[in-house]
Ligand binder design. Structure first.
Ligand code: ATP
Ligand code: LTN
Length: 331
C-alpha cells in the first residue's frame, strides 16, 4: 500500500518583489520537495496588509508572484497554489488561535520588533498578531514541514507552541510542524550592508528575481566587501565576502572549498562580477519564463481558483473540528 505523503505549507507576502533571498532560502526548497510531499504554496496577501500597501500594486504583485512561483518550477497540477484571502478559514482560525496565544509570546517575536521599528508611525494590532495568522496558515492544513529561511524559524516554533497548548487542552487536534531550513543560504545578507538580512523592504543591496542581467551585475559590482584582497570565508571578519561566497556556492552548486580555490590569488575585481554572472545565469530562465506566464491572465486565474477550492476543502475539515472542540454550535 502506498504510504500517505507528508504535508508541506509555505507562503510569501506579496508586499514587494520576490528576492534572491526568498528563492534560495525558501522557494528552491519548495521545488525540490514538491514530488515527495503533498504541498500547499500560498500568496499571503492578508499578511502583506500588516504594513500599508498600495491597492493596485498589491493586486498586481499577488498575480505576478503566482506567475513567478510557477516559473521557479512549482507545478500547479502537483501542488495547491492559492491566494490566502480566497480561503476565509485562515482568518477564522487565526481569531480562535489568538485566544490561545499570550501577549508576552508575541512581544518576543524579533520580526515584530524589527518591523515596528521600521514602521514606527503605524504599529497596528495586525502587525502584532501576524504570527497567529501564520500559525493558522500552517495548522489549518496539518502541515508536517514548513520550508522557510532562518528568519521565520521563530514563527514556526511559536506555531508549535500554540498547537501543543491547544492539543493539551482539547486532545490531539493539530500536527506539530517543523521548520525546514536550507543548509546553505538560510540567511543571505544585504549586498550594501552584510550585517543586515537581504530583504525586499530594503531594496538597496537586494537582488530581485526579476532584475535584468545589467541590474544584477551592477548590484554585485558595488557590493560592500572589506579592505583586504583574499576571497576567503570568514563570517566574523569578512561578512561581505562570506555572503558573496555563499551566494556563489548556492548559485553554482560548488562547495565552499571549491569556490575559495577557484578565486585563490585573484582580487575582488574578478570575484564580484563572477558572482554576479553566476546569479544572472541562475535567474535568467526564471525571469524569462515568468515574463511569459504573467501575460496569461486566464491561466493564472484558473490556477488560483482551483487552488482556493482545493485548499478550502482541506481547511474546512480542520476548522470544523476546532470549532466543535471549543464548544461552538454546529452550523
Ligand atoms: P520583508 O522585507 O518584508 O521582511 P523579506 O524580503 O524578508 O520581506 P519575506 O516575504 O519575509 O521576504 O520572506 C519570504 C521567504 O523567504 C521566507 O521563508 C523567508 O524566510 C525567506 N527569506 C527572505 N529573505 C531571505 C534571505 N535574505 N535569506 C534567506 N531566506 C530569506
Ligand atoms: N511570515 C512569513 C510569510 C508566511 C509564511 C506563512 C511562511 C506567512 N504565513 C506560513 C510559512 C508558512 C514571512 O514573513 N516570510
Amino acid at each position: 500500500m502506498e504510504e500517505k505523503k507528508k504535508r508541506i505549507f509555505s507562503g510569501i507576502q506579496p508586499s514587494g518583489e520576490l528576492t534572491l533571498g526568498s528563492y534560495i532560502g525558501a522557494i528552491r526548497n519548495w521545488v525540490a520537495l514538491q514530488n515527495e510531499y503533498d504541498c500547499l504554496f500560498c500568496i499571503v496577501d492578508e499578511h502583506a496588509i500588516t504594513v500599508r500597501q498600495e491597492p493596485a500594486l498589491l493586486r498586481k504583485r499577488s498575480i505576478a508572484q503566482l506567475a513567478q512561483y510557477i516559473a521557479c518550477g512549482l507545478d500547479p497540477e502537483k501542488n495547491i497554489m492559492f491566494i490566502q484571502s480566497h480561503v476565509p478559514q485562515h482568518a477564522e482560525l487565526a481569531w480562535i488561535l489568538g485566544c490561545y496565544t499570550q501577549f508576552g509570546e508575541l512581544s518576543r517575536m524579533t520580526q515584530f520588533k524589527a518591523k515596528s521599528a521600521q514602521h514606527a508611525d503605524n504599529i497596528t494590532a495586525g502587525l502584532f498578531t501576524y504570527p497567529v495568522l501564520m500559525a493558522a496558515d500552517i495548522l489549518l492544513y496539518q502541515a508536517d514541514l514548513v520550508p522557510v529561511g532562518e528568519d521565520q524559524k521563530q514563527h514556526v516554533e511559536l506555531t508549535r507552541d500554540i498547537a501543543q497548548r491547544f492539543n493539551g487542552v482539547y486532545s490531539d487536534t493539530f500536527v506539530l510542524p517543523e521548520p525546514f531550513i536550507p543548509k546553505l543560504g538560510a540567511r543571505l545578507m544585504s549586498l550594501d550592508d552584510p550585517t543586515t538580512k537581504m530583504s525586499k523592504s530594503m531594496p538597496e543591496g537586494c537582488v530581485n528575481l526579476m532584475d535584468p542581467p545589467e541590474v544584477i551585475m551592477k548590484k554585485f559590482k558595488r557590493a560592500v566587501t572589506d579592505c583586504e584582497t583574499a576571497v576567503k570565508f570568514d563570517k566574523v571578519n569578512k561578512p561581505g565576502i562570506s555572503n558573496l561566497l555563499t551566494i556563489y556556492c548556492a548559485a553554482t552548486g560548488k562547495t565552499m572549498a571549491e569556490a575559495e580555490a577557484a578565486f585563490a590569488g585573484q582580487g575582488y575585481g574578478v570575484f564580484k562580477p563572477a558572482v554576479g554572472e553566476a546569479v544572472v545565469e541562475l535567474l535568467r530562465p526564471i525571469r524569462e519564463e515568468a515574463e511569459r506566464i504573467v501575460t496569461d491572465k486566464a491561466y493564472l486565474e484558473s490556477v488560483y481558483k482551483t487552488g482556493a477550492q482545493r485548499a478550502q476543502y482541506l481547511a474546512n475539515k480542520t476548522l470544523s473540528k476546532v470549532q466543535r472542540k471549543i464548544g461552538f454550535v454546529a452550523r
